[in-house]
Structures are given as structure tokens and as C-alpha cells.
Ligand binder design. Structure first.
Ligand code: DAH
Length: 333
């Protein structure tokens, strides 16, 4: 029968063209020629169906479907062969169990910092930033720390040699994040509620609880009726949010040149108390130095050690773990 012969030659040529296709482009060309929906060889042979007599029709119809399926299947198989990367076909044994992927994760200090910002954001504090390389005005003077104060001793700070700075003004790596209080007050008017988190530098002897670089979170709230009660509430709520509801917080009278009155903030730990940072009501001298009227504006500030909090929560006994990049330590967080 002529029709069946036409089917057979269509099938033969189509399979040969598909097998011969050596690239995706060639295979696509074969698809258009032999399997194209709108025009092409498949359309032509389909047209022959109408020429079959009523008796022939069931046989011819069945045969048409068979060759169409055979060509389509061969085309799909060839396409998979062409798409599979060569190396994969040989280099990977798919019967072996999968290799676990080791994903990186955030450093425990970064996790702590993110959580701190999150908690403080809930209390309405926005995040502010300041430079790590500072001048003496922002690190000391504006904070009411006089020239002869021991904290300004060059041996207590990382000063840059003046030869290495463009201007003659002495510059140092900031020893506290309180510098950001000043920078923010210089730029804005109250009400202000900010926290600033970052690195600070001190030439301390390195041991289990001291490092020459560590992190602090500075907080500043300024407005009309900000009181010591506001400070105590915010710090208590903060410590509870991070360390848990049963944490015991203590405020101990202290002294900082930039706050009056000043307190140190402790939490109960093991059989004693652990100091987490300092705080107080912003000293009127500091407000005046910036240009605010201390009769109009009041506020509190605090500075907390990030490492201390993180060590407390996770039971970490040596601060050096944070900086030694040991994956056995880091992998636990
Ligand atoms: N800057 C102080 C330090 O590094 C901590 C501090 C104390 C920050 C009292 C404050 C504050 O804002 O009010 O030791």
C-alpha cells in the first residue's frame, strides 16, 4: 500500500536525521522538519490518512500513531543525550549515596549583633554607624574626658603615627562606641533613639576575657523627659529579651566622665555577678559641648560588651574562641 510505504520512508528518514543530529541546533532543525506542528513532513504524512479507503483506515490510522510515537520518543531520547554534560555521564556514580553539602553560617558574634539590633528596634531604637578611625574630639573631648585622664594615655590606646595621617591631627582606633553618641548629636535634634554596634580597640593583654579588639553596643536616648527610670527599664527589658525572663540585673553606682549619675550593669552569673557594661544619664557638660540646652534636653546612654553577652548565653569560657576561626567551635552555632 502506497500510504504505508510513505509512512515507512518518513519514519526511516526522521530517525536517521535525529540520530545524526550532533548539536542542539541540528536536533531542533530535525524537530521542525519531521515533527513540526504547523508544517513539515509529519503534516504531509498525516494528510495521507484522508486518502485511505474506509477499510484501510483502521490499519493506516494505527500505523500513523506508531510512527509518530516512535519518532517523538527517539527525538526526546536524543535531546536528553545532547543536554547531559559529558563529564557527568562518566564521572558520577549515581548509585553512590549523596555527598552532604556544608553550608556556611553567620559567625556567633554576627548572630548576637543581629539579635541585639532586632531587640532594640522593638523598643524604637534605630541603628546608627560611626567610623572606627577617630579623632580625639569624638573619642575623648566631647565625651568630657579631659586631657590628663588616664584613658587618654597613649599606652592605653592605638594611636596612628601622625606621619601616616594626612593632617597633623592625632587619630586613633576608637576605644569605645560612645564616639557615635557625639556624631549623632552633632547631626540631629532630639528626640533621638539610636544604637550603634561595632568594633573597639584597646591594647589590653589578651587572655580568656580580654582582647585588643572587641565589640560594643552603644545606646542613646535623648528627649524631654528621659529619666534614670527609663534607662533601667530599657536595660532590664533588653537583658531579659536576650538572656531570658529569669535573668537578674543589678545597677551599681559608678563613674564615667560622660554620664552623671553613672552606673555599671551586672547580671547574676554562677555564684557572683558579671559586669556587662556601663550606663548613665548623659552629663550636662556633654550636652552643652554639642550645643544642646541641658535644661531642655535630657537623656541616657549605655555601652555594653557584645562578647560578654554572647559568652554568657552560650556558656563560652574563652573570648579568643571568637577570633580563632576554628570550625569545631563555629560549627556549634
Ligand atoms: N564607653 C564605656 C566603655 O567603653 C561604656 C559606657 C559607659 C558607655 C557609660 C556609655 C555610658 O554610653 O553611658 O567603658
Amino acid at each position: 500500500m502506497e500510504i504505508l510505504e510513505a509512512f515507512a520512508s518518513y519514519e526511516r528518514e526522521a530517525l536517521a536525521a535525529i540520530d545524526a543530529a550532533a548539536s542542539a541546533d541540528a536536533l531542533e532543525a530535525a524537530r521542525i522538519e519531521f515533527l513540526g506542528k504547523k508544517q513539515g513532513r509529519l503534516k504531509d504524512v498525516q494528510g495521507l490518512l484522508g486518502k485511505a479507503s474506509p477499510e484501510e483506515r483502521p490499519v493506516v490510522g494505527k500505523r500513523f500513531n506508531e510512527i509518530k510515537d516512535a519518532v517523538t520518543l527517539r527525538w526526546e531520547t536524543r535531546q536528553q543525550e545532547l543536554c547531559r554534560p559529558k563529564a557527568m555521564a562518566t564521572a558520577i556514580d549515581l548509585t553512590l549515596p549523596g555527598t552532604p553539602v556544608r553550608l556556611g553560617r553567620r559567625h556567633p558574634l554576627t548572630q548576637t549583633i543581629d539579635e541585639f539590633k532586632d531587640i532594640m528596634a522593638r523598643f524604637g531604637f534605630e541603628v546608627a554607624d560611626g567610623p572606627e578611625l577617630e579623632d580625639e574630639w569624638h573619642n575623648f573631648q566631647a565625651l568630657n574626658i579631659p586631657d590628663d585622664h588616664p584613658a587618654r594615655d597613649p599606652l592605653e590606646n592605638f594611636y596612628l603615627s601622625t606621619a601616616s595621617t594626612a593632617n597633623a591631627e592625632p587619630m586613633l582606633l576608637r576605644s569605645q562606641t560612645s564616639t557615635v553618641q557625639i556624631r549623632i548629636m552633632e547631626q540631629r535634634q532630639p528626640p533621638i533613639r539610636i544604637v550603634s554596634v561595632g568594633r573597639v580597640y584597646r591594647p589590653d593583654t589578651i587572655d580568656a576575657t580580654h582582647s585588643c579588639m572587641f565589640h560594643q553596643m552603644e545606646g542613646l536616648m535623648l528627649g524631654r523627659d528621659v529619666t534614670m527610670a527609663s534607662l533601667k527599664s530599657v536595660l532590664r527589658m533588653f537583658a531579659t529579651a536576650y538572656l531570658g525572663g529569669d535573668v537578674e540585673v543589678r545597677f551599681r553606682p559608678s563613674f564615667f566622665p560622660f554620664t552623671e549619675p553613672s552606673v555599671e550593669v551586672d547580671v547574676r552569673w554562677k555564684h557572683g555577678w558579671l559586669e556587662l557594661g556601663g550606663a548613665g544619664m548623659v552629663d550636662p557638660n556633654e550636652l552643652t559641648a554639642i550645643g544642646y540646652d541641658p535644661e531642655e534636653v535630657s537623656g541616657f546612654a549605655f555601652g555594653l560588651g557584645i562578647e560578654r553577652f554572647c559568652m554568657l548565653r552560650h556558656g563560652i569560657s574563652d573570648i579568643r574562641n571568637f577570633y580563632s576561626n576554628d570550625l569545631r567551635f563555629l560549627g556549634q552555632f
